[in-house]
Design a protein around this ligand. Structure first.
Ligand code: ADP
Ligand code: MG
Ligand code: MG
Length: 214
């Protein structure tokens, strides 16, 4: 199976930055329908800063997986702005803290990190599953990870299951009416569009599965 060391976590965030950059216009279009048309631009700026911080060599490279995620989370909070910056930044920082100072992460720990990220977002934003937010991708990802890992003890199978569940969760936000964030101002009119934050979380979890497969 994959070795989950600091290098793999750096590769994950670089892959996420690439996916968000590629999908920035699509994410902004989703946000144009039910928000203020900035989600793709917000995240592209944030993930580009994360990528720069983790790869440009001017600052000391974080030495452990936990440190990589905490550093990335801080960078997102500092650069994204909007609702999604503090929420995603909290997700990554909480995940990083859950990893502790281990040099390598095992399957059980990765599940704990995913759960910590989800709990952090739920506590900070007050959204529950079904409220048409990024929680609709995060929660099913954490649940599917645990379920598959308990069944197979395979990190790779679990992370794939998480990615599939995140994507399904994001796709399932379409008919929902938003109850948190800017989209909630639209009430019933928020139904019929995917939630941009749930879609960007799906990109993030899919990027993790992709680097674990390599
Ligand atoms: P803003 O709404 O400030 O312009 P973004 O457009 O970058 O911020 O992000 C919007 C996304 O943030 C939404 O699609 C949703 O997924 C997420 N979001 C907003 N409020 C909450 C919340 N309270 N809890 C969880 N996620 C939220
Ligand atoms: Mg927005
Ligand atoms: Mg905004």
């Amino acid at each position: 199976g994959p070795v989950l060391d600091a290098e793999l976590f750096r590769r994950w965030l670089v892959a996420a930055a690439e996916a968000v950059s590629r999908e920035a216009k699509a994410l902004t279009d989703l946000d144009a329908a039910i928000g203020d048309a900035d989600h793709g631009a917000n995240l592209d700026r944030g993930y580009a800063a994360v990528r720069a911080r983790l790869t440009d060599g001017s600052a000391p490279a974080p030495a452990t997986p936990g440190e990589v995620l905490v550093t990335a989370g801080r960078q997102l909070v500092a650069t994204v702005g909007g609702a999604s910056g503090p929420l995603l930044g909290t997700a990554l920082r909480r995940a990083g803290r859950a990893l502790g100072d281990a040099e390598r992460v095992d399957g059980a720990r990765l599940g704990e990190a995913l759960r910590a990220a989800t709990t952090g977002v739920r506590e900070m934003g007050g959204a529950a599953p079904g409220d048409k937010t990024m929680v609709d991708a995060l929660q099913p990802a954490a649940d599917a990870y645990d379920e598959e890992f308990a069944r197979s003890s395979s990190l790779l199978a679990a992370v794939r299951a998480a990615a599939t569940a995140a994507r399904r969760g994001a796709e399932a936000t379409g008919p929902l009416r938003a109850r948190k964030g800017r989209a909630s101002y639209l009430g019933e009119r928020s139904a019929g569009h995917l939630d941009p934050g749930a879609v960007s979380v799906a990109l993030l979890v899919e990027a993790l599965a992709a680097v674990c497969e390599r």
